[in-house]
Design a protein around this ligand. Structure first.
Ligand code: VG1
Ligand code: CO
Length: 542
């Protein structure tokens, strides 16, 4: 039976960089998740009888909200729901399912790299029919609706047996529980030269992949061990756990340190990689070398033609504004378009749909291509392996020869997590107030060339997104960028992005933090971070 339930609005349901993210106790309040899901449906047109894909990263509360979303989809008139077995579906695999089965859209339950558990984070994101995160036009409409909502529709029905592959009915709506790995693995086989990677591995090349007890485990196990023949045990922490084993499923040098240390041992594996909670991020390490995500984008772009999917070349490369400019140098050499977008994958959707960009990337361990409309962790790992197999070189050789050709961009992000919201906001607004006075000012050997608050003009639909981060550009090409996170769930997180370009190959083996020390000092000087936040050091340095 379909029921209409009266409700009252919550005032805090504005989607952030990637959907609505809150602590589980917030989401578990009566009507909270229902209000948001109904606000999503109320902001869409024309889904009657169409298909909705639902999946999540397996974190605590995933199964509860999946059942709710299925019953609400049935009550709101969707014709069919496709849901991953066990409620599991990585973000890139969800994007693929939406596209492949021409679904109307999808609901992805994830808080990505944030920890999971009864008192940790949860999230809901809506993806549109192109498989990508809803653009701002839709997320704004969802927020407006959430402030007025007074009822939602849901049906009384038994829970769907999520662990059983098959087809079930909820009222007159069909629910298909599918194997979350099969279609995704098939797509990867189409894009890459699996034979070449198999030969590389059979020749003794050793891989260590850390799924961080999150959603990528089943995908990596099937692809890396079963299909590519890596030894059993190459994929670690491959069982998705509701609390990610108590860790942050965040693939970086802080949270994937064990893997990093293993690869750095003289007898360690040749290649290490890790992915995040929902499978869209990646970290790449080789013997003696950590590849920064910004470098990874540039290197993948310069070598993508070695993989079957990209052998015809790239249309263009897009990067988020805080991502280093290393990829721009590749685009310029290839004579293809370079695009700079605000943070968040939703801004790449139009460029990919319009065929302007083929590869996209973010400094936050996110890379992807036009094969789906999300960043894709395993895809990046496989493209790296395909390139290594084709070049017959190590990660170290590929990276250092890239630097020799294009110059090296030293890059780091300093995060100040869970600082006071008021302090963070006033730090940013005072920086904004200073911008006009900065050009021409000097600090030690740095001279400011330009300073602005980044605004993006979408070249496809003409939409404008303002206040996307403060950038200070120096005459020598260095940059410092400040912005506040849109994915955190407690207080505010200040991100400071630091970048220095070094064309001279004799200076390519320096320590990153040391090389950036002048810029770090400038950031403190101009923003007064220690005084305002009460922190004398960042929480996380990546
Ligand atoms: C962060 C990253 C951003 C990424 C977003 C979602 O956002 O900086 O690059 O797109 O997370 O990634 P923010 O607003 O906190 O800086 V994921 O893997 O959390 O979906
Ligand atoms: Co993620």
């Amino acid at each position: 039976m379909i029921r209409t339930i009266s409700t009252t609005p919550f005032d805090d349901q504005r989607p952030g960089t990637s959907g609505l993210r809150k602590k589980v106790p917030t989401f578990a309040q009566p009507h909270y998740a229902e209000n948001f899901i109904q606000s999503v449906f109320d902001s869409l047109d024309g889904f009657q009888g169409k298909t909705l894909v639902i999946g999540g990263d397996g974190r605590y509360f995933n199964r509860t909200v999946i059942q709710t979303a299925i019953k609400m989809a049935a009550a709101n008139g969707f014709g069919k729901v496709m849901v991953g077995q066990g409620g599991i579906l990585s973000t890139p695999a969800a994007s693929n399912m939406i596209r492949k089965y021409e679904a109307f859209g999808g609901i992805i339950l994830s808080a990505s790299h944030n920890p999971g558990g009864p008192n940790e984070d949860f999230g809901i994101k809506y993806n549109a029919g192109n498989g990508g995160p809803a653009p701002e036009r839709i997320t704004d409409a969802i927020f407006e609706r959430s402030k007025l909502i007074d009822r939602y529709r849901i049906c009384d029905a038994d829970d769907v047996p999520l662990d059983k592959i098959g087809t079930f009915m909820v009222e007159s709506m069909e629910v298909e529980v599918f194997d979350p790995v099969a279609d995704y693995a098939a797509l990867m086989e189409e894009l890459f030269d699996f034979d070449a990677i198999r030969t590389l591995i059979a020749g003794g090349f050793r891989i260590a992949f850390d799924a961080m007890s999150a959603v990528t485990g089943p995908y990596a196990k099937e692809i890396i061990e079963n299909r590519l023949g890596a030894a059993e045990g190459s994929v670690r922490n491959f069982v998705p756990l509701e609390d990610f084993g108590g860790h942050h499923p965040d693939p970086n040098l802080v949270h994937a340190k064990v893997l990093y240390d293993d690869v750095m041992r003289p007898d360690g594996p040749d290649f290490g990689a890790a992915s995040d909670g929902d499978g869209d991020r990646n970290m790449i390490v080789g013997k003696q070398i950590f590849v920064t995500p910004s470098d990874s984008l540039a290197i993948l772009a310069a070598n993508a033609h070695l993989a079957p999917a990209y052998k015809g070349g790239l249309a263009g490369i897009a990067r988020s504004m805080p991502t280093s400019q290393a990829a721009d140098k590749v685009a310029s050499k290839l004579g293809i378009g370079a695009y700079e977008t605000p943070t968040g994958w939703k801004f790449f959707g139009n460029l990919l749909d319009a065929g302007k960009a083929t590869l996209c990337g973010e400094e936050s361990f996110g890379t992807g291509s036009n094969h789906v409309r999300e960043k894709d962790g395993l895809w990046a790992v496989l493209l790296w392996l395909n390139i290594l197999a084709a070049r017959g070189e190590s990660v170290y050789e590929v990276v250092t020869s890239h630097w020799a050709e294009f110059g090296r961009t030293y890059y780091s992000r300093h995060d100040y997590e869970a600082i006071e919201t008021d302090a963070a906001n006033s730090l940013m607004s005072e920086l904004r107030n200073k911008l006009a006075t900065l050009p021409g000012t000097k600090f030690e050997d740095l001279t400011v060339a330009k300073a602005d608050d980044f605004a993006y003009h979408d070249p496809v639909d003409g939409s404008v997104s303002k206040h996307q981060g403060v950038r200070i550009l120096f005459e020598n090409g260095s940059r410092v960028v400040f912005r506040l996170s849109g994915t955190g769930t407690s207080g505010a997180t200040l991100r400071v992005y630091l970048e220095h370009y070094e064309p001279d190959a004799s200076k390519h083996e320096q320590d990153t933090q040391g090389t950036l020390s002048g810029l770090i000092a400038y950031a403190e000087h101009i923003a007064g971070i220690a005084e305002r936040t009460g922190r004398d050091a960042p929480t996380v340095i990546t």
